[in-house]
Ligand binder design. Structure first.
Ligand code: SF4
Length: 141
């Protein structure tokens, strides 16, 4: 936040911290100066992506993998996201050791939940519209 205040654009947009943020909003809720830090982080990530400054590409690969499943099923499909991420990042055994515990606790479904009543298609159309608009505006979707 201090870097933003001081206008240190390169330092801020090249920061790895932008890509480590989980958007949990804890900082926004607890900020004594009432700064919506999470929203600032989100905005900075968009700015960094527009300028091709993704300093932690694995995070972007994860986003694309997540969005591919949302586009297809209307909501996230965890195992599909993991499989796509592993393929994109070539990190084939990433967190595989966590799978048995997650499966045992039924945190990972083998089958995707498809949003009913045309919801999945509607979500796919929203994402397509966004991507077409980003393409027209010359922005990385
Ligand atoms: S939203 Fe704030 S507290 Fe949460 S990970 Fe991002 S910077 Fe950290």
């Amino acid at each position: 936040m201090r870097g933003v205040q001081l206008g240190l654009k390169d330092q801020v947009l090249n920061s790895r911290s932008l890509w480590m943020c989980l958007s949990c909003s804890t900082c926004s809720l607890r900020c004594p100066n009432d700064i919506d830090v999470a929203a600032v982080m989100e905005t900075l990530r968009h700015m960094a992506r527009k300028e091709g400054r993704v300093t932690v590409p694995k995070v972007e690969k994860f986003w694309f993998s997540f969005l591919d499943t949302v586009r297809r099923f209307g909501r996230t499909y965890e195992i599909g996201t993991m499989a796509l991420y592993m393929l994109r990042s070539m990190r084939v055994f990433t967190d595989v050791d966590l799978a048995p515990a997650a499966l045992a606790k039924q945190k990972l479904g083998f089958k995707p939940h498809v949003t009913p009543n045309g919801g999945a298609e509607a979500v796919g159309r929203i994402l397509k519209r966004y991507e077409e608009r980003a393409k027209r505006e010359g922005v990385r979707p």
